[in-house]
Unconditional design. Sequence first.
Lengths: 343, 343
Amino acid sequence: MNLDQAFEHFIPYVEKELKSLFLNIPPHLQPFYGMIGYHMGWLNEDFSPMPQKSGKRLRPILCLLACQSAGGDPNDALPAAAALELIHNFSLVHDDIQDNSATRRHRKTVWTIWGQPHAINVGDGLFAIAFLSLSSLREKISGHRLGAVYEHFASACLRLCEGQYMDMTFETQLEVSEAEYLTMIAGKTGALLGCASHLGALVSTENGFVSEKYRVFGEKLGLAFQIQDDILGIWGDPQVTGKPIADDLLKRKKTLPVIYALEREKELGGRALRDFYAQDSIAEDSIPTLLELLHELRALDYARRINHLYCDEALEQLSAIGGDPEANLLLKELVERLRERSS
Amino acid sequence: MNLDQAFEHFIPYVEKELKSLFLNIPPHLQPFYGMIGYHMGWLNEDFSPMPQKSGKRLRPILCLLACQSAGGDPNDALPAAAALELIHNFSLVHDDIQDNSATRRHRKTVWTIWGQPHAINVGDGLFAIAFLSLSSLREKISGHRLGAVYEHFASACLRLCEGQYMDMTFETQLEVSEAEYLTMIAGKTGALLGCASHLGALVSTENGFVSEKYRVFGEKLGLAFQIQDDILGIWGDPQVTGKPIADDLLKRKKTLPVIYALEREKELGGRALRDFYAQDSIAEDSIPTLLELLHELRALDYARRINHLYCDEALEQLSAIGGDPEANLLLKELVERLRERSS
């Protein structure tokens, strides 16, 4: 089984687990759960069923593979896998309001269709259902371990909010250091991927040292993933990313390549890039100039280097853990997929 | 010990438990936790400490008294009491955004000061910390029971969101039936008060039948509390409620007295009140006319009757449970405090 086959194999189980949380909905609440189903990619805007075209489901798969790697049956980790996907989606719904984003995955965002008050509540509902999903683990693991699962999950949710707080403050903060940036993404992206790997392992093993190693593995993977995302946000193909060209530049997002380039330019005594980022907005026709500046400052090379660094660290961590060889091959393939191609 | 003394006795423990969740905050996150501390009533807008003047802390006290009533040590339930207060406050922060409310407890709301994106995130943070707080129960109760605590808590959070959904739809829905209204408040207010009483009992007893009875008691109490709130929202003294006079009428809120009066008027073939509620807004100088209409339709009498009904049902439920006589006396006093005075 290769990674694509693993996704193909596991996703239907994850979807089934997710959908099992939305049964027997009374008529008066159907629009509420309809909005949730719309965001999850199951329903159209009029709540009619949508041909299946879900998100990547990266967190559930990571959780299931970590469970298998740590010696467990991946099926036992399905409630955790579903919980992780729900929390991820809670954060997307709220993020879209906070960022004022009108589209996601080529579709209108929840707040754009139903307004901010309902969208806030849809996110809150997803948050609650995520915790509710974990309770199905009761049949699989001891109460003691279930307590640890809840604690680590809640803790990852809080780190997500902390990362989100930092991300929002960066918008109005001209100078963001690389260290601040890495702390932010460790919360906003690393914590939940770390938690995915952690919970998968916790379902399999009582050994806290081992499961903690899986958490570190997942967090490194999360950092690599975020930096790949940063690269695609500037240099990605709009047809693949589903976002406008150089979207992060237009939004003046201070992602790793930009932060590095701003620091480098300062060292060199320049200020052309800095002046762009000091403006209230960046015009579309400045994009070629910005890309040229980033090229001169070697921003893409640097971001790729850091992406590789985290990928390598994740692989080292995985080797150090040992674990089920078949699952580990798939986890390695997952790491390689998050490695930004250097050619 | 009477109820006032019980509040005085328990609140410092609750506050200590709450504050124990906010230790060792790194400097870069202090504004994030500062916003949370502001909302909780611990900090001023500039994050300087505020002389203690917290909220009512009704949910924590109910939880601790239910724990004592069910034969346990109330101190053991403190992590649950803190979690309940945090979830209540999560819902207030988001509610203020959704309702566009500029003030709460005589102070500016979080979104008014720091904007909606941060306020959404502050609410999310409170949600996560609430679940984190529950994990301290690990030292007090078995893993099996802890699993039940998490499940019931998550389930109450979801009912809260369902209630909030209904409440928001009522704003644009002219005809709201009494049954719909009661379902809404059972979610929006009843679920969390039910949960408070339930979790307190769960900390004390392995017996699920007994703890479920406490949940029902708390939910009845919650319904009585909400209807008292509805009465005060129209006829309350602004000096006591901290809200403008007849605030709910100005906001065209469809609370129980109004729903009853609209139904009654329809039966009688009138439409004066209905015409007011069909407008986009209600002017301040219409208040005397509206109050007169509600008086003629006996809206206050009716709301009082329903409030009494739920208070009586709560008392009956409590008698049927039995439990520690000292704690039960205090719980009875709590019910009586939520009974709308008929004179």
